[in-house]
Design a binder for this molecule. Sequence first.
Ligand SMILES: *Cc1c(COP(=O)(O)O)cnc(C)c1O
Length: 244
Amino acid sequence: MATQSTSIDITRNLEDVRQRIVAAAQRAQRQPAEITLVAVSKTKPFTAIQTAYAAGQRDFGENRFEELWEKAKQAQQLGLQDIRWHMIGTIQSRKTDQAIGPITLIHSVDRLKIAQHLSRDAMAAHCVLSILLEVNVSGEASKHGFSPEELRQLAPEVTRLPGVRLQGLMTMAPLVETAEAARPIFRALRQLRDQLRADGVSGQTTEQPLQLSMGMTNDFEIAIEEGATIVRVGSAIFGERDYA
Ligand SMILES: *Cc1c(COP(=O)(O)O)cnc(C)c1O
């Protein structure tokens, strides 16, 4: 099939997204290097990852463990050792053991029970998992995550769990007409981060604030203006998805 044109598109799309990240960072007087681009490759074939890898991309996001491990295995076999995998999809409490392995960051810890199960499984496997807590800032019933109140109450508890390391917060903006309409959500997540910091909950060191994983294809530039340190971009790089 049209591998040639596909590979050209991914390379060009990636370049375009990178330039937009730099421009958004500059508008906000931030260093572009503070922002990690996670290329969301869910539902896309491994060849898409290879093309992005060849263009220098190293962070990839998947939303199902099965697909993540399948792709990680292929990467291993092809000698792409330095890919950093990000789990961004909802995790079922009885499947937390599937998180054990070389995942760089789990973005989607959406309730205390998941953090507790990950802690238990990490302890059993003698490893430490880096996690973000997903926050439902907008309060939409369809969205997963801690409410802002729950977050403030439970984040200190999460930091005391062995086997997991709290690295930051993640949110998904509601589907809105314009990216600008998502700005208050991103700003609210940043303010929550600052509030946690004032409560004594920070990153690995007090110097390092918690990460903010926010912004997708439709709104990543606004998220960067509001302080995103990780953006998760799929369709702008790999094209539209047929499903999921
Ligand atoms: C699919 C997905 C993305 C990427 O979405 P795009 O709109 O294609 O950029 C980002 N974050 C999460 C949690 C996702 O599930």
